[in-house]
Ligand binder design. Structure first.
Ligand SMILES: Cc1cc2nc3c(=O)[nH]c(=O)nc-3n(C[C@H](O)[C@H](O)[C@H](O)COP(=O)(O)O)c2cc1C
Length: 351
């Protein structure tokens, strides 16, 4: 049925399709539905307080005994530069005034921390089949502890250099994330210059550079995209945008727009909301933020939070990718089944 079974064998899944972890959008119900349907359900846990993480792990365990993936961020703890607070209040003053909201007064504290001891402890007590990371990997001791507990480790690379770096530090498979992808780019080695490599160029070069299986991510939302990923040498795909409007996902204001209006050109990459490059629905507000130098990730959320919430028409911020228009509809299991069937049809056409 699939031309390459390395990922299915590694992860213990029927179909080499990973529903992407999406912090704030994935839910235990979505994760379980995808895993029960034979894919790999993934939960974006990066922003969850540890008690909520524990609760979600328990909910997932109740709903499925299939492999699942728990995902975390490994960003460098942010440094707030001297003068950043005043500079941002000054730059955003017209927007706070126009939106009728008070500017944030306090120096920001990060709303969430990089993967650390507390989350590691939860994973070691309840080891998932898979843990995946964005923005690099945890330290070597944490990676070794997870592997000793039987956890398979994945992480995203946006360049060949990042893929080689991840493999050398223990990643069991590499998610090659193209520029097309919705959400935050996983870029971590050259964040200042974000090299912006597209998926068609990235996947074959990563495949040549590493010996572990490669998973293609970014702009894949139908069977033709899945078949193309295998043709490029990938052993599987990770798909986010095609699941954001599943009824099991946490609803976001502009995600409905993604399914109704999402086109090839309806998103842009911006650092304006979090401080890191992320692909999101293109609004006048987001375009207008292009001139503002953001605070370090994730401190920028502190400054734009009041604006994003201020006006549902223009200020909502919603992450999704370039292939929203191709996404199947329905419940998560139906979407996975449609992707599987469409991929088989695409393989058939190519034969
Ligand atoms: C709404 C949204 C949130 C995301 N959040 C995360 C996340 O928490 N962790 C992560 O590793 N990737 C995250 N991503 C990126 C996905 O892992 C993946 O690279 C991307 O969805 C693939 O591109 P596609 O959206 O075109 O399918 C997110 C993507 C979206 C659309």
């Amino acid at each position: 049925m699939w031309p390459d079974l390395r990922l299915c064998d590694l992860l213990g899944i029927e179909h080499p399709i990973i529903q992407a972890p999406m912090a704030g959008t994935t839910t235990p119900a979505l994760v379980a539905a995808v895993s029960n349907a034979g894919g790999l359900g993934s939960h974006g846990c990066a922003t969850l307080p540890v008690d909520v993480l524990e609760d979600h792990v328990a909910q997932i365990a109740q709903a499925t005994n299939r492999p699942v993936n728990l995902n975390f961020f490994c960003h460098a703890p942010p440094v707030h530069g001297p003068g950043d607070h005043a500079r941002l209040l000054d730059a955003l003053a017209p927007q706070y005034a126009a939106a009728g909201v008070a500017p944030p007064e306090a120096m920001p504290v990060p709303g969430f921390e990089p993967f650390g001891a507390a989350a590691l402890e939860v994973l070691l007590r309840h080891p998932p089949k898979v843990a995946s990371f964005h923005f690099g990997l945890p330290d070597a001791d944490a990676v070794a502890a997870l592997k000793a507990a039987g956890v398979t480790i994945l992480s995203s690379a946006t360049t060949v250099a990042e893929a080689v770096w991840l493999e050398a530090r223990g990643a069991d498979a590499i998610i090659a994330q193209g520029w097309e992808a919705g959400g935050h780019r996983g870029v971590f080695l050259d964040l200042a210059n974000d090299p912006q490599v597209g998926l068609f160029a990235l996947v074959p070069q990563v495949v040549r550079a590493v010996s572990v299986p490669v998973i293609a991510a970014g702009g894949i939302a139908d069977g033709a995209g899945i078949a193309a990923a295998f043709a490029l040498g990938a052993a599987g795909v990770q798909i986010g945008t095609a699941f954001i409007t599943a009824p099991e996902a946490a609803p976001k204001p502009l995600h409905a727009a993604a399914s109704a209006l999402g086109r090839d050109d309806s998103t842009r990459i911006s650092r304006a909301v979090s401080g890191r490059p992320a692909r999101a629905h293109r609004t006048d507000w987001l375009d207008g933020m292009a001139g503002v130098t953001p605070a370090a990730f994730p401190l920028m959320y502190h400054y734009v939070g009041p604006l994003i919430g201020a006006d549902a028409e223009t200020h909502q911020f919603s992450l999704y990718g370039q292939a929203a228009a191709l996404a199947p509809e329905g419940r998560a299991a139906d979407r996975l089944a449609a992707l599987v069937a469409d991929a088989q049809a695409a393989f058939g056409r190519l034969r």
